[in-house]
Write a protein that binds this ligand. Structure first.
Ligand code: GLN
Length: 534
């Protein structure tokens, strides 16, 4: 197994995950099987209990793992499916060490960070890497060098470096180059972060310098000199127009070849799919306007996979999607926002939890339904579409979800039977891959080109089967089901009105868009052309 261990310097939020995913993609293009492990040094067992305001969206894996959004980047760039073991946290490591201690596995020894915690970290990394069947494993150590929390992980990496043959492990440091008031690139903070790494016994072989504009020659020379890395191993990762361009410009600088040299790997393979996809993305001719009506709208990372899936649909349709975030509460409070809705070619309601903003979202759904504007609802978005339909079409005025009103006379959305009485928050929802059977001839079956699908889930509530017949008699169709679980709702008489209980965005890939997103973007393009009389 070959390991590329990546650390971060100066500050977090540098796009380290994208850089690493890009390195992985380039190695995959050379014919290697690449996997990735993300280490999050926080104490939480996983990201499942965290608000999107903390670290952005919670990404859901096929096995139901609720993980850091970087795993989404890895799945998209490497076109792979990962499992919950690919996200290590301090919480997971300590939980295991403490369980072993209680079981008496340590045979009376004093249990310590070195060697017990570091051994647990190393053995997890090696086990996950081996189990994945990959040739190369990328290991991202989250946070910034110098954080107390990441120390045991850095120490474990140092030990691995000593234990593995030199050609099996390489350290890469992603750091920030700041600009002074005159716009000159300054390397001092990066020099310090490398110094700190060295004090911990780690020497990066490659420095990836994140900066606004391409790295100036003088900055490159300084990093090379002060950080003891040859100039050709100082890579400039400047801000890209789109993250999908990052693999291309780190490839241009020869990073893949350099890493392969270090890891004693040789390959004559070259896959151009990614490059072709970027070319298609840049040559889109049409443009449409999408409104995402949500409640975490001031943080784009909260809806990262949705934005990515929309982009995938756009590339496939030759259409650039301009995304507008609409704060659902503003639709409730000052209805000045409502008249703006006709400006959009499509309305998307993403997943969410809690009552805040739900009435505003339903207002947007009503608008989309009544004006026949392409609509895509995801998870909570589907639940609200069903409630809106029950209230305004079936005339069940007080219909609601028991998540928001336990005493509603018409609980069209109700808690899943197996969820009643669960008090623990983490990992207890209906999570991960579940199948659905699609109705012949429905929009769903046409989009997927199949009557059977598997998609990822994350919910506690669902459509109450007792209301299905009544709702369907008014023109909504539950075209995807898993026994008596409603997985998809559509209104066949509309241009495009499609909602799913699952999250199709998590399986969308560049070059292989999720069918509902692809169908939605195509419907927006068509609608836009119709509006413009083309
Ligand atoms: N809050 C809803 C539920 O728990 C929807 C969840 C979601 O949108 N992910 O069922």
């Amino acid at each position: 197994m070959k390991y590329i261990v990546v650390t971060g310097g100066v500050m977090s939020g540098l796009g380290k995950g994208i850089t690493i995913a890009s390195i992985g993609r380039n190695l995959k293009n050379k014919g290697y099987n690449v996997t990735a492990i993300k280490i999050d040094p926080y104490i939480n067992i996983d990201a499942g209990t965290m608000s999107p305001y903390q670290h952005g969206e919670v990404f859901v894996l096929k096995d139901g793992g609720e993980v850091d959004l970087d795993l989404g980047n890895y799945e998209r760039f490497l076109d792979t499916e990962l499992t919950r073991d690919h996200n290590l946290t301090t919480g997971k490591i300590y939980q295991e060490v403490i369980t072993k201690e209680r079981r008496g596995d340590y045979l009376g020894k004093t249990v310590q960070i070195i060697p017990h915690v570091t051994n647990e970290i190393k053995s997890r990394i090696r086990k996950v890497a081996a189990r994945s069947g990959a040739d190369i494993c990328l290991v991202e150590i989250g946070g910034t060098v110098g954080d107390i929390e990441s120390m045991p992980f850095l120490e474990a990496a140092r030990q691995m470096h000593r234990e593995e043959p030199p050609e099996n492990i390489v350290f890469t440091h992603v750091t920030l180059i700041v600009e002074d008031l005159q716009g000159e690139q300054k390397t001092k903070p990066s020099q310090h972060s490398v110094k700190e790494l060295r004090a911990l016994g780690l020497s990066p072989a490659v420095i990836v310098a994140r900066s606004k504009s391409p790295l100036q020659e003088s900055a490159k020379e300084k990093i090379s000199l002060f950080c003891d890395v040859p100039q050709e191993l100082v890579i400039s990762a400047y801000d890209a127009n789109d993250i999908y361009e990052v693999p291309l410009f780190i490839e241009e600088q020869g990073l893949t070849t350099q890493l392969m040299k270090h890891l004693k790997l040789e390959s004559n393979v070259e896959n151009y799919e990614w490059r072709d996809m970027v070319t298609r993305m840049k040559s889109t001719t049409e443009e449409v306007k999408l409104a995402i009506v949500g409640k975490y709208t001031n943080l784009e990372d909260s809806y990262l996979s949705i934005l990515e899936a929309v982009k995938h649909g756009g590339v496939d349709s030759g259409c650039r999607v301009e995304v507008n975030m609409v704060e659902s509460e503003t639709l409730e409070e000052d209805s000045d926002e409502v008249p703006k809705l006709p400006l959009f070619d499509g309305i998307l309601i993403p997943g969410g939890f809690g009552e805040r903003g739900t009435e505003g979202k339903m207002l947007a759904i009503k608008f989309a339904r009544e004006n026949d504007i392409p609509f895509l609802g995801i998870c909570l978005g589907m639940q609200l579409a069903v409630i809106e339909f029950a209230r305004n079409v079936v005339n069940l005025r007080k219909a609601n979800s028991t998540e928001f009103d336990e005493d509603t006379p018409y609980p069209v959305i109700d808690i899943l039977p197996e969820q009643t009485g669960i008090v623990e928050m983490g990992g207890t929802m209906r999570l991960g891959d579940y199948e659905a059977f699609l109705k012949e001839g429905s929009t769903a079956a046409k989009l997927y080109g199949s009557n059977y699908i598997v998609e990822r889930h994350r919910h506690r509530y669902e459509v109450n089967p007792e209301f299905v017949d009544k709702l369907e008699s008014f023109g909504i169709l539950f075209s995807g089901k898993n026994k008596n679980r409603m997985e998809i709702a559509e209104i066949p008489s509309k241009r495009f009105f499609f909602a799913s209980q699952f999250h199709p965005e998590f399986r969308s890939r560049p070059g292989r868009p999720s069918p509902p997103f692809n169908g939605f973007v195509k419907a927006m393009c068509k609608y836009r052309k119709e509006k413009e009389g083309r």
